[in-house]
Design a protein around this ligand. Sequence first.
Ligand code: FEO
Ligand code: CA
Ligand code: CA
Length: 730
Amino acid sequence: MSSEIEDHRLFNNSENEPFSTVLERRVSRRNVMRGGLGAAAASVFAGFGVTGCSDDNDVDTGGGSTTDGQPNMTDDDMSAAMALAFRAVAGQNSDRVSVPDGYSAQVLVPWGTPINASAPAFSSDLMFTPEIQANAVGMNHDGMHNFALTEDTASKDFILALNNEYINQGPLWAPQGGPSGLEDGEGGRPPAEARTEINAHGVTLIRVARDDDGQWAPASDTRYNRRITSATPCALAGPVAGSAYAITAYSSDGMTTRGTNNNCANGYTPWGTYLTCEENWPSIFKKSTGRGPDDDRLGVPTERTRYGWETAANRADDTDGEFSRFDATPRADSAAGDYRNEPRTFGYIVEIDPYTREARPVKRTALGRFRHEGCWPGKLVAGEPVVFYTGHDSRNEYIYKFVSDTPWDPADAHMIGGNYDRLAIGDKYMNSGTLYAARFNADGTGEWLALTPEAMVADGSQTLASALNLEPGDLAGVIVNTCDAADWMGATPMDRPEWGTVDPESGAVYMTLTNNSDRTAEDTQATFTDNASSVTANGAGYATAPVNAANPRADNSNGQVIRWVEPAVGATTFSWDIFVFGSIPQSGADDNLSSLTADNYFSSCDGLWYDDRGDGNGILWIETDSGSEYTNDQVLAVIPQNVTSGGNASDASIITAANQSELKRFAVGPNGCEVTGIFATPDKSALFINIQHPANWPAGTDATRDTEGQIRPRASTVVIQKTDGGAIAV
Ligand code: FEO
Ligand code: CA
Ligand code: CA
């Protein structure tokens, strides 16, 4: 997310206790680790570090490979520690991708790559039209996932599902010197420009394959290649579907809407579907009157939309509301006559079946409505609920989880190809369940607070439905007002939750908290109290949150990674800790709470992925979204199992001066970019990342080549492989 469209306002004036205050008061993490918890939670924590952790840091090189490409492990090897076997990449400010010695980096499916024969090849002077952009890869790649077609080909031929988060109008309209403004648009944006921009957003599904020389290329495959844009019809499912909150002139029964927007991070399901997550969508809408507290809280503007798409209605046949739907101001006698509710059909987790091109995307409203960063499945256990973790990326907003009513049936696992009604399986697990918001207690424990109409709010004075001025039992109303519901229940405001990821063996959840530049000095927070009853109004506000000892950086620009574990799948309690604090030299020594060095300085952690390598080992990959004079944005790697044991009670985080060398910079992106989106092929021979909003890159298919002169920049996927074809990073 570039600063161009990031929304730095604060909308949470709930006065719930900020996370930083919680951190300040809590006992040391070592006390927690050493038995401050109940036996069940303590044993889960033990799973963090004991398994696979030994004094032997030798890289396991022996035994050849199994048929799936994974290293063979002997019984003796099963408990051997894994180690990172690459030399840290230096920080850089240049127009190239840098990777360790012995690795290559290839540009794959940059913006504008045709996905079928209906779009021409990209060129520096290509003038995009709505039709071209609807048949070409969208702009500003973000979250992504791989969907195998067969087990045998899973590591060399699959469907790539790719979010296209937002647009840069400069590169998009470069041949005409930029977008047409309202002043050149006879009172409105030209409809063709608005349609093109709408089509540059959303999701790209494109089959990609590797040849015998290790080069990757897209395939023009009419079975799978398709675009889902901010105009594609989508179904609504879950509590809000069919409710009065979702009725529009487009959908009198409130069951459908058009488009998904600002698709940031992603998720996937055990039944083989893709989850795309709607983040900074409020600014494509405006509503000058008739606003609800939900619009206020989420930041739907009153004056102008981000791109002025609604103004194209002045110049187009807009009888179906193609453009006027972006102005949600009430105009008719009822919601069925206008688009006052259009913003209430956005802000969701959206499920896509990548294998079935006719399948309509489904907005899973049960998982809450806010600025969703992403959605990550929890530990999967037969007979237990299916769990998804989500976060709201705005300052002082919350972390959530959804727990299904339906217990997991392994017969529903369809991660590889085949014809299944995957969205029907999604209906089974994602439409009915309980949404929770997280409260982080000072002693290292936490609670999940159920957001149900009948829940009593934090001070016990009334039900949540009553507090939100809803009818009893109005779950749809609670979902529409998710953030205000979390306020009333006493959730803990966080420092902009971005990506999460789950260790599928231990169930440990990691989440990045990217930064919070409006966190103020400790003595400015007199207005904050421990009592949620001080919440006096739902909706918009503007507030700051105080610093404290464990999140001690006023104007914190570097962020941290938090993690937690739960005593059982679907539990309503958890235990938490800080894994690492970001820092760069410019921030000063006092800022460097995890003792980072030239091999691992980072700022504003964002993307995150636990790369399970089996036998209790995994690599936590951390991506960043805040370039600095020290270095452009980057990818770092650490094996959590190698850093969890040891340390002192006074350590601020799991990464310490004693073990920071285990955290190493793996790759650095080109100037101006953010590094985001990440997965590896099942055989771990190729790591896929995305370079979003580069300033002047790429210069051909070799991502490591420096750009000469100014080019028309293109966000792109990058495939990093070892030149010897071995497993990445180890
Ligand atoms: Fe789209 Fe929160 O990053
Ligand atoms: Ca992000
Ligand atoms: Ca970010």
